[in-house]
Design a binder for this molecule. Structure first.
Ligand SMILES: Nc1ncnc2c1ncn2[C@@H]1O[C@H](COP(=O)(O)OP(=O)(O)OP(=O)(O)O)[C@@H](O)[C@H]1O
Ligand SMILES: [Mg+2]
Length: 216
């Protein structure tokens, strides 16, 4: 019988992230950036090797155990925002709290405060299609932050935005890192963005090709 096809995407990855760090992951398309982010964010398993999160080996946890850590500890931001179109900005931001069973009034207060934190308080009742790309990304960042995650993973967060708006979003990440000591990993193709991170990890063919402090 034929063996199932196995594709080794990542190889010999040895990578450590300190709390409060802001790291860029760069590399050409197909080099494995999103795959690595998915493993770091508990959306995917590594088939071999170990992954330690807060000094706990999480390599062999069950799906349910991983989902629990993911929901509590990780905030995701994506290139295409992924806001739910039928919910307004505030409802999108409140959603992770409702999954945690937090009551509506408290969730609403926290949601409004978070929208204010990212600068789109005035658009709380707007639906995603009534917001610009930059505004949508701010709402998505508020949604990622609302559960107070230990780690923020952003896969090409500025990839759908013009340079000026992209820099405004980057400024927000920098503030979150510098003022609130948020730990952030940003995948980006944009040199101007990666240079602003403290460290740049370069992937090539699924391996770490470079890992250096940014000269930004
Ligand atoms: N679910 C999957 N099944 C099979 N192959 C996959 C899957 N996901 C990714 N790959 C392959 O793994 C490799 C790395 O993909 P990945 O999406 O991590 O790249 P990337 O660096 O994020 O690229 P991009 O910059 O285009 O987003 C690619 O060769 C891709 O085709
Ligand atoms: Mg990718």
């Amino acid at each position: 019988m034929d063996q199932p096809l196995t594709l080794s995407v990542l190889k010999n990855i040895n990578f450590e992230l300190q709390r409060s760090e802001m790291v860029a992951i760069v590399g050409v398309s197909g080099s494995g950036k999103s795959t690595l982010m998915h493993i770091i964010g508990f959306l995917d398993h590594c088939t071999t090797g170990h992954y330690f999160f807060n000094n706990q080996d999480v390599s062999h946890l069950t799906e349910n155990e991983l989902a629990k850590i993911r929901n509590q500890k990780i905030g995701f931001v994506f290139q295409s925002f992924f806001l739910l179109p039928r919910l307004n900005a505030l409802q999108n931001v409140m959603l992770p709290l409702s999954y945690r069973g937090i009551d509506r009034i408290a969730a609403k207060q926290q949601g409004l405060a978070m929208l204010e934190r990212v600068g789109v308080h005035a658009f709380a009742t707007h639906y995603p299609n009534q917001l610009s790309g930059g505004q949508q990304q701010r709402v998505a960042i508020a949604r990622a932050l609302i559960g107070n995650p230990e780690l923020i993973l952003a896969d090409e967060p500025t990839g759908s935005l013009d340079a000026k708006t992209g820099q405004e979003i980057m400024d927000l990440f920098l503030q979150l890192n510098q003022q609130e000591q948020r730990t952030i990993i940003i995948v980006t193709h944009d040199r101007d963005i990666s240079q602003q991170c403290q460290r740049i990890v370069t992937l090539k063919d699924g391996s770490i090709y470079g890992n250096r402090i940014s000269m930004g």
